[in-house]
Design a protein around this ligand. Sequence first.
Ligand SMILES: C[S@@+](CC[C@H](N)C(=O)[O-])C[C@H]1O[C@@H](n2cnc3c(N)ncnc32)[C@H](O)[C@@H]1O
Length: 245
Amino acid sequence: MVELQREAYPRSNRYDADWVLGGDMGPHPLWLLEDLARDLELRPGMRVLDLGSGKGTTSVFLAREYDVEVWAADLWVDPTEAAANIASQGADGIVTVKAEAHTLPFAREFFDAIVCVDAYEYFGTADTYLAYLTSFLKPGGQLGVATPALRKEIRDLGFIPDHIKKLIGSEALAWHTADWWRFQWEITELVEVTAARLQESGWDDWLAWSRAVSAYRGERDGTLDMLEADQGEYLTFAILAARKL
Ligand SMILES: C[S@@+](CC[C@H](N)C(=O)[O-])C[C@H]1O[C@@H](n2cnc3c(N)ncnc32)[C@H](O)[C@@H]1O
């Protein structure tokens, strides 16, 4: 059994480490969500869309920690597989749905909150996307995103750092600074941005998680070379929260 405890994440510490590691699709989803939720107001009974929910780890956390109703929508993971992974934890109130982020099968103004952990970078950087996504939020509804981020814009650097390019390629162009996101969202006047910050511990958390994944799987995780080369110079996560106006 791999130990995965962090003082900064008391809620996440209560989850079975093997179950969390078994659902690995990137960095530690619960550490990211626990931090993101500090900038959201999630109240019992709210309807929450977990967009890009993967195997449903974050959906279980949302339902259990905040007593919200969760729609777990994902493209790559089959909803039956996600439902089985969720059921293994005895969680209630979660509907799994296969969905593509640009053609969401929901009514407009249906959700009180939309949460997106380590997925927004795949579909959320287009200038028009915020307007589309927030159309599914009630007025005053909240959007919360945790996404890989860089401490400097690639546009300003003029290059993608080699150790990032080697693993991520040009997709790293979707990784931005918190200021980039703040401007991108605020300029629309569709939302009030309530948080746009870089995690101080983002690189360190990601490294600890990748080491734990390596120990769990018995083989070196693919992100370790990138993270070790980076040493926290560029890589972290952005925590973004906004309220629909
Ligand atoms: C790195 S995984 C993270 C999964 C999960 N949020 C977690 O943290 O464990 C990214 C997820 O984004 C989803 N995704 C990527 N592109 C998508 C799209 N266009 N529409 C819906 N989901 C998408 C994938 O299906 C995948 O499960």
